[in-house]
Ligand binder design. Structure first.
Ligand code: 5GP
Ligand code: ZN
Length: 119
């Protein structure tokens, strides 16, 4: 599950498709969603091409844990208000029936003052 040639998120990680970066380290990349639902809407992805949550295995525990602990920190940095009056949503659409359109695992982090465009 290394870079997949037709995957747009692998191309974003490689810099072949431009994106607005939120965060980057050796294993994780975060960037603003091109079509935001809310004042804050960014995606947190592993650089490794894992198609979805359905392929997650024990070897990914550390990576997924890191993504989940990073998301709240980045949410505040990006303008989500503090819990409990503020907050955010973390969504991982998985598979066609789960509403997944891009088959490279990603967490949506969505928040900021309401009203939102969707959700
Ligand atoms: P999914 O429906 O797979 O959970 O979400 C995919 C998300 O990726 C959508 O919210 C969509 O707006 C976003 N997206 C799709 N293509 C691009 C792109 O080229 N750049 C960025 N920044 N976001 C994208
Ligand atoms: Zn990919």
């Amino acid at each position: 599950m290394n870079a997949s040639p037709d995957c747009i998120f692998c191309k974003i990680v490689a810099g072949q498709i431009p994106s607005r970066k939120v965060y980057e380290d050796d294993d994780i990349y975060a960037f603003h969603d091109i079509s935001p639902w809310a004042p804050v809407h960014f995606l947190v992805i592993p650089k490794l091409h894992i198609p979805s949550m359905a392929q997650v295995a024990a070897e990914h525990e550390r990576l997924l844990g890191r993504m989940m602990t990073l998301a709240p920190q980045l949410a505040l940095e990006q303008g989500c208000n503090p819990y409990p009056a503020g907050g955010f949503r973390i969504i991982a659409n998985t598979g066609d029936e789960g509403g997944q359109e891009v088959h490279h695992l990603h967490l949506h982090v969505i928040g900021g003052p309401r009203p939102w465009a969707r959700g």
